[in-house]
Design a protein around this ligand. Structure first.
Ligand SMILES: [Zn+2]
Ligand SMILES: [Zn+2]
Length: 85
């Protein structure tokens, strides 16, 4: 069937209308538009004015800026959720 030749087509690129980013997959562009582009930073540092769109960036910020390695208690189990138990 001719339809299978589609895989040999040059890669289609999906540029974002709002910024200069270009994605190889429509799903990647959709994710970008939904979670990154034009989206206000959802995660803000409780200790300073830092804001980010990514939870991992906030964690990195917190670890680098506000938590010194010496302050961490390595004797405790490494649970990050549920303090209540
Ligand atoms: Zn964009
Ligand atoms: Zn901060």
């Amino acid at each position: 069937m001719e339809i299978f030749r589609l895989v040999n087509y040059p890669k289609t690129m999906y540029p974002c209308r709002n910024c200069n980013k270009v994605y190889s997959y429509h799903s990647s562009l959709a994710r970008h538009l939904k979670h990154e582009c034009g989206v206000d930073p959802k995660f803000h540092c409780p200790l300073c004015s830092y804001r980010t769109k990514h939870r991992s960036s906030l964690n990195t910020h917190l670890n680098n800026r506000h938590i010194k390695p010496a302050d961490r208690d390595f004797t405790k189990p490494s649970r990050t959720s549920n303090d209540g138990e």
